[in-house]
Write a protein that binds this ligand. Structure first.
Ligand code: SF4
Ligand code: SF4
Length: 103
């Protein structure tokens, strides 16, 4: 059985609310999204790879994704792209695992 915690790259499962907030602020500082050709200003915050941020309310068209150049991507061993339109790391991993038909 696939568990969401299996894809918890950021380790948020065991964090307090305060720890989560601090981690999110740290990720936001490093986030490269605003330099990306796909980015459209208007969301309260970026760092779409982080759990619970959600997809963008304003980005509708995927052009290119520069997540792979982001320090967060390397540090947390992320594996997906286009978090702004496709959902967070944990969300995309969970979906692809379910789509792959694994137990
Ligand atoms: S990996 Fe992408 S979405 Fe996540 S912080 Fe970096 S640029 Fe932003
Ligand atoms: S998630 Fe990727 S495609 Fe979306 S704005 Fe950030 S770098 Fe660009």
């Amino acid at each position: 059985m696939v568990k969401v915690s299996d894809f918890d790259n950021f380790g948020v499962e065991d964090m307090s609310q305060e720890e989560y907030r601090q981690k999110q602020a740290e990720i936001l500082k490093l986030c490269q999204c605003t330099k990306c050709p796909t980015y459209v200003p208007g969301d309260e915050q970026t760092a779409y790879c982080f759990p619970l941020v959600g997809t963008s309310n304003v980005i509708k068209h995927e052009k290119d994704c520069i997540c792979e150049t982001c320090p967060v991507y390397k540090e947390y061993e992320l594996t997906h792209t286009f978090y702004c339109t496709r959902c967070s790391q944990v969300c995309q991993s969970y979906k692809s695992e379910l789509g792959g038909g694994h137990e």
